[in-house]
Design a protein around this ligand. Structure first.
Ligand code: HEM
Length: 304
């Protein structure tokens, strides 16, 4: 059969074909038996999140490339979209919150060991934004192609790395060791970079673009933290506090550091932090004072 031209394809095109609705709408496959009414909500909530993740990743990569090409204005337009995607994701939690603990418990068995921990797009977003933590790769050993994609992403400069390079090109005093660092390793705070950022904030009118980019990065970071926090609240609401997730160190650390975590919960989790994170907590200005004191006490008593 002769190959069809794009124009000929378009003649056959309708709404469902263009959007691949056959595939999309066939991808919700509840496993509960007998079928549980609420499993569809659970699947759709995850799938729509993954779709928004896909778009967010696409946009973050484009924004990073634009910064690399010195087109900061172009990246602002894209980052504005990223912010709206994040807001959408944040608001979306309220749909899942209508699932009660009883309903969830009735079909939880179908999930087996599957967990959001294995969302590779979530990890790619974190990496694109600058997080470097090889421990999360462990969850992807059984999917070599995904593992390779994550490892490759870890070797790419993040949006923040590209911003630092742009600042240097614009004449800001970003140290050479920061610009030439191995981007696959975690970023370490640098006093000279802090001075650059302070200078930008002290005189925004002298470099509006640098100031606006710094604000956009803080916005994206803050909204990402809020998304994670809402996830924790949903988890607490639906499966309570004494389940497997409280064994997850990253989640415990996140809860300790989050200013909105109820003090009693934060205090109980601080006991499980390692020395390095306890030290960070003692100087974390976002953490509640009681928590900082407890961390200090634990360090001086040599409890860790
Ligand atoms: C009933 C609803 C949900 C429950 C009970 C739940 C529970 C959990 C638990 C227990 C973890 C910790 C990892 C583990 O122990 O395996 C986790 C992690 C995670 N979940 Fe959920 N989850 C829910 C909904 C969702 C939804 C809708 C998403 C959207 C994709 C999601 C994304 C994630 C991600 C990305 C992580 C990894 C977090 C990190 O380590 O940064 N979860 N979830």
């Amino acid at each position: 059969m002769a190959a069809r031209t794009p124009d000929a394809d378009r003649e056959y095109l309708d709404y469902a074909t263009y959007l691949g609705l056959d595939t999309l709408l066939a991808a919700q496959r509840p496993l509960s038996d007998p079928p549980h009414h609420d499993e569809l909500l659970f699947i759709v909530q995850h799938q729509t999140t993954e779709l928004w993740f896909k778009l967010m990743l696409h946009e973050l990569r484009a924004a990073t490339a634009l910064v690399r090409q010195d087109d900061l204005e172009g990246s602002f337009k894209i980052l504005a979209r990223v912010k709206h995607i994040q807001t959408q994701l944040l608001n979306q939690w309220s749909v899942l919150e209508t699932l009660t603990p009883t309903e969830y418990a009735q079909f939880r068995y179908v999930l087996g060991p599957a967990s959001g921990f294995q969302s590779h797009q979530n990890r790619l977003i974190e990496i694109a934004l600058g997080k470097r933590d090889r421990r999360v790769l462990e969850s992807f050993r059984h999917t070599p192609a995904v593992l390779a994609e994550l490892e490759d992403a870890l070797r790419q400069p993040s949006l923040y790395d590209e911003f630092l390079r742009w600042l240097a090109r614009r004449g800001f005093d970003v140290p050479r060791e920061v610009l030439d660092r191995d981007v696959s390793e975690p970023y370490e705070a640098n006093d000279a970079v802090t001075e650059v950022v302070v200078a930008i904030y002290q005189a925004p009118a002298e470099s509006w673009d640098a100031y606006e980019m710094a604000e956009k990065l803080v916005d994206v970071d803050e909204t990402y933290s809020l998304w994670r926090y809402r996830h924790l609240k949903v988890v607490m609401r639906i499966i309570g506090q004494n389940r497997a997730w409280t064994k997850n160190y990253g989640i415990i650390l996140g809860l300790c550091k989050h200013p909105k975590t109820p003090p009693a919960i934060a205090m109980s989790f601080v006991q499980r932090l390692n020395e390095k994170d306890l030290k960070h907590l003692t100087t974390d200005r976002n953490a509640k004072e009681g928590l900082r004191l407890l961390a200090k006490k634990m360090l001086t008593k040599g409890k860790v």
